[in-house]
Design a protein around this ligand. Structure first.
Ligand SMILES: Cc1cc2nc3c(=O)[nH]c(=O)nc-3n(C[C@H](O)[C@H](O)[C@H](O)COP(=O)(O)OP(=O)(O)OC[C@H]3O[C@@H](n4cnc5c(N)ncnc54)[C@H](O)[C@@H]3O)c2cc1C
Length: 443
């Protein structure tokens, strides 16, 4: 086997306490879907693998909205990264934020100090996209990370606690109106979950509140919701939302939110203290990469996930922009893309070491779906469209199957069964009260 030369391990670049190895050091930044898949697929494949993440856990983002709406505990959708790679030889996890790369020297500048790499894989995912209007929407709630979901849960419950004791009609309106920005799967799922809370759960908790006064608005700039799915599924989802009395406002955007009032592009004003920002994401890129490697906030890669113009640097998942005939704007920011790219990159790195030719990435689309409360979901698989209760079963099965770790699968399943039969969301807890602040993600 051809061995890859490694750079001398200067001790000043090793403050992260990673031992030297006779295997080349491959550093993965980001323990999300793509990073974990790559690390697992590289087990015993001739690399020293160092995984860096600013959290010590992996987040199953597709179910974040259930944490935010008191359906699940946060630890059922998150798993410790160290556990996932237990007893893997020459593997090291470090809890560190990567701030910058020095490409010439092959060094990463992290919150713990500098780290040298032989190979680097950037799998840093995405961050909330405010489309340059961060200063207007700092008071809105993004939904990308577990702490953000917990903030939203607290805010929602605190609002009802305040509404119960408020004698000011205007204030009560603000507290019981909820605006969700963005009619993609996340926005639709949040709206559906709030609708279910309104219809089935909250009236028993707050008998002194009139829940006809609770309004849920879903604001979407497009002419339809779920634009990434078929038209039929979009229409079905719209009907499902109506049954939960969600007001879907199409062809309108939110222009400002000051913490008490939302203003829409058609000048509609909605008194409201809780705005959920589900309008989109963009690549999460750290500093130091050459400008020509970045395109619309994502890192340009070829069909082998290699970063344009850099040697032995790769990017995958949400942060990577891989253009192809089928995806001229890059692949969709979805978990299966990240997982499949992680699998193939591991294979290609091994092939490269053996002097074999590389295999180009070909995305296998497994379909898309969204759920709207109990018994209703829309599913597109190829040309097949499924809705209603059948769609809901498929949605549940796919999500249970995809959650990482047997314990988490079991806990989520048990919670769903409990919620289904009792209509009781056991996690309606204000554990960490939300104190209003600027919620825009920093770095
Ligand atoms: C609310 C929500 C719902 C979603 N629902 C679905 C769905 O139903 N189906 C679907 O397929 N996809 C869904 N997605 C998208 C899916 O979660 C992403 O496509 C997927 O997570 C991308 O995987 P990734 O490995 O590229 O990045 P991620 O899974 O986002 O992981 C990135 C990791 O990098 C770490 N990181 C970032 N920057 C740094 C840094 N500078 N230093 C150190 N660590 C860093 C982060 O902490 C994180 O652990 C959803 C996303 C959201 C937000």
């Amino acid at each position: 086997m051809e061995t890859t030369p490694t750079l001398p391990d200067n001790p000043s670049f090793n403050v992260l306490n990673i031992p030297t190895s006779d295997q080349p050091r491959l550093v993965i930044v980001g323990g999300g879907f793509g990073g974990i898949q790559l690390a697992k697929s590289l087990r015993g494949k001739g690399f020293q693998v160092v995984l860096l993440d600013r959290h010590n856990y992996h987040t199953f983002q597709p179910l974040l909205y259930q944490v935010a709406t008191a359906g699940l505990e946060p630890d059922s959708i998150a798993g410790p990264l160290r556990r996932m790679m237990q007893s893997t030889k020459d593997f090291y996890f470090r809890l560190a934020n990567v701030n910058r790369i020095q490409t010439e020297e092959r060094i990463l500048e992290t919150s713990l100090g500098q780290l040298r790499y032989d190979y680097l894989v950037i799998a840093t995912g995405s961050r909330t996209n405010y489309f340059g209007q961060e200063e207007n929407f700092g008071k809105a709630f993004p939904l990308k990370q577990v702490p953000q979901a917990l903030d939203l849960r607290s805010q929602m419950l605190q609002s009802f606690e305040k509404a119960v004791i408020s004698s000011d009609l205007n204030e009560r309106k603000e507290l019981m109106n909820f605006v969700i920005v963005g009619g993609g799967p996340t926005g639709v799922e949040v709206a559906g979950a709030l609708g279910e809370l309104k219809n089935h759960v909250l009236p028993s908790d707050y008998p002194d509140l009139d829940f006809r006064q609770m309004n849920i608005y879903l604001v979407e700039g497009n002419t339809r919701i779920l634009a990434g799915m078929s038209e039929k599924s979009g229409e079905k989802a719209l009907r499902y939302l109506k049954r939960f009395s969600v007001n879907t406002l199409l062809e309108r955007t939110v222009t400002s939110f000051d913490g008490h009032q939302v203003v829409l592009s058609d000048s509609t004003e909605i008194p409201c203290q809780t705005v959920v920002w589900a309008a989109g994401v963009r690549g999460n890129v750290f500093q130091g990469l050459p400008e020509e490697a970045i395109d619309r906030g994502r890192i340009k890669v070829d069909s082998y996930n290699k970063v344009a113009g850099l040697d032995r640097v790769y990017a995958l998942g949400d942060v990577a922009k891989m253009e192809s005939e089928d995806f001229p704007q890059g692949h969709p920011m979805l978990a299966p893309v990240a997982i499949q790219q992680g699998q193939l990159l591991a294979k290609n790195l091994k092939r490269e070491q053996k002097g074999k030719t590389q295999i180009p990435f070909q995305y296998k689309d497994k379909g898309s779906m969204a759920t709207i409360g109990r018994h209703r979901a829309v599913v597109d698989i190829g040309k097949i469209r499924i809705g209603g209760i059948m769609g809901w079963y498929i949605w549940m099965f796919v999500h249970l199957w995809s959650i990482i770790g047997f314990r988490n699968k079991l806990v989520v399943f048990w919670n769903w069964v409990w919620n289904y039969f009792t209509y009781d969301r056991g996690t309606r807890l204000i554990i960490r009260p939300y104190i209003p602040r600027d919620n825009v993600e920093k770095g």
